[in-house]
Design a protein around this ligand. Structure first.
Ligand code: HEC
Length: 170
């Protein structure tokens, strides 16, 4: 008989109590340890917003591009830097060098339209559009780059007119 062995469990009520205690006491200890371990960091919650952001960043960092947003036109300088400078800053492949008045004088006298045509169609070592895709750089933006480069070398070309479509978007 269990009573004779000095057991603490004497009835079903005590049995249930012991089972609960056996289950919950370690759980509470573990919880307390977790809270203690986490107290070293600034925030007390294990999944605070900062660390959650850090964890989901690789998958949550989506870039939404609004396709209907008005396209921001690149400046002549921006196009020059990204497309044209690779040849024209050094004068590679016989390209008229940036700000080299002597190299540009004869070319600028052709006028804006002639220079633009050379770039759009390509000329000798210069690939059409300086190698840029029409999806990336429009004719108008190439025109701006032509004016930027010609004027940097002493030309006096005026900036091309913005296409109507781009104006409407503003
Ligand atoms: C791969 C090298 C290269 C790139 C990139 C390049 N060019 Fe050129 N460019 C040349 C060369 C070479 C010439 C000289 C062509 C000739 O007259 O034989 C030239 C000539 C020109 C001329 C004078 C054309 C003429 O009719 O005399 C203009 C204007 C010009 N480039 C503008 C640009 C612009 C604007 C860009 C960028 C959108 C650009 N280039 C990108 C190599 C390049």
């Amino acid at each position: 008989m269990s009573e004779q062995h000095g057991s603490m469990i004497k009835n079903p009520k005590q049995l249930i109590l012991m089972v609960f205690a056996a289950f919950f006491v370690p759980l509470i200890v573990i919880l307390l340890l977790l809270i203690y371990a986490d107290s070293g960091t600034k925030q007390s919650s294990i999944l605070d917003s900062e660390s959650t952001l850090k964890i989901i960043k690789p998958v949550a960092n989506l870039n939404f591009v609004d396709a209907s947003a008005p396209k921001v036109l690149k400046t002549g300088e921006a196009v020059y830097q990204s497309v044209c400078a690779s040849c024209h800053s050094s004068g590679a492949a016989g390209a008229p060098k940036f700000e080299d008045k002597a190299a540009w004088a004869g070319r600028v006298s052709k006028g804006y339209a002639g220079l633009l045509t050379s770039v759009i169609k390509g000329k000798n070592a210069m690939p059409a559009r300086g190698g840029a895709s029409p999806d990336d750089v429009s004719d108008f933006e190439i025109g701006r780059a032509v004016v930027y480069m010609a004027n940097a070398a002493g030309g006096k070309l005026s900036d091309p007119k913005e296409p109507e479509q781009a104006k409407a978007g503003k």
